[in-house]
Write a protein that binds this ligand. Sequence first.
Ligand SMILES: [Zn+2]
Length: 300
Amino acid sequence: MLKIAFRPEYAHPLPKNHRFPMEKYELLPEQLLYEGTVTEDNFFSPDLLSESEILAVHKKDYWDKLKNLTLSRKEERRTGFPLSAALVERERIINQGTIDAANYALQYGVAMNIAGGTHHAFTDRGEGFCLLNDIAIAAQYLLRTAKAKKILVVDLDVHQGNGTAEIFQDNPYVFTFSMHGKSNYPMHKETSDLDIELEDKTDDKTYLDLLRKTLPRLIDEQEPDFIFFQSGVDVLATDKLGRLGMSIAGCKERDKIVFEHCYNNEIPVVVSMGGGYSKKIAHIIEAHANTYRLAQDIYF
Ligand SMILES: [Zn+2]
C-alpha cells in the first residue's frame, strides 16, 4: 500500500500575500482523494520528531535558537517564514513523516511525504523555506539503525540541494546528486557529490536525456540500498522562481524515470515533495499529483 505522511498542520497559516503557496498542502491531498488516486487509508499522521534525531544532523546552537524562538531577525528572514512555536512544531511533524515514510518504503518499496524536501536547511542554519533537513534526518536515522548502508539522494528540485550537500560533504555513506538551474538560487552553490547545472529554459528533451544517462550510472557505481527523491516541481516553465522550460508532461516523465529505476533495481524510495511556485496553483497541484499517480501505477 502507498503510505503518505500528512497532517493538517502541514498547511501552516502565513501572513496575507506571503509568496509561499502554503495552500498546496491542503489542496493536494484533497485532489488525490477526489480523483480516487488514494483513499484516507493511504495517509498516516506522523508524530513530533525527537530532539535526538534533530541533533543527529543539526548543531545544538541552531536547534536551541529554533526551539526557543531566538533566531536573529536576519536569520529568521533568511528562512522565509515568520518563526513561531507552531511553525517549529510543523517542521518536526514533517520531518518525522519522512522518517516514518522511510520505514514504510522498506516495507512497500515506496512511500511519500506531502511536504518535506527541505534541502536548504544546513547543519547550523535554515534558509529558503527550510528549517530542518528532512532527507538528511531520515538518512541519518536509516544509517544509525543499520536499515541502510548506502544512500543516494536524487534532488531534482530546480534549486540546488545546498543544505543536504553541506550536511553530507564528508559522509561516504550518502551520495548527494543535485540537478538544478545554474542561475537559480542559491547563487553560491555548495558541492554535492554530483551537481548537474542546467541552463535557463532547459527543455524536456535535454533534461530527460541527461537524467536517463545519469541515474542508471549512479545506481551502478554507488550501489545504493536506499534512495531519497526530492521531487520539486519548480522545474516547470510556469514557475515564478525556477528558470527552466519544462512542461507538466516532462516533469511527469522525470518522476517516472526515477520510480522505474528504483522499482527495477528494487531500491526502496522515499519521495519528499519539494518546491513549486507556478503562478497558477492548478499547475503546481497537477505536477505534484502526477508523482503520486505514478507511484500508485508503478508499485501497486
Ligand atoms: Zn525549489
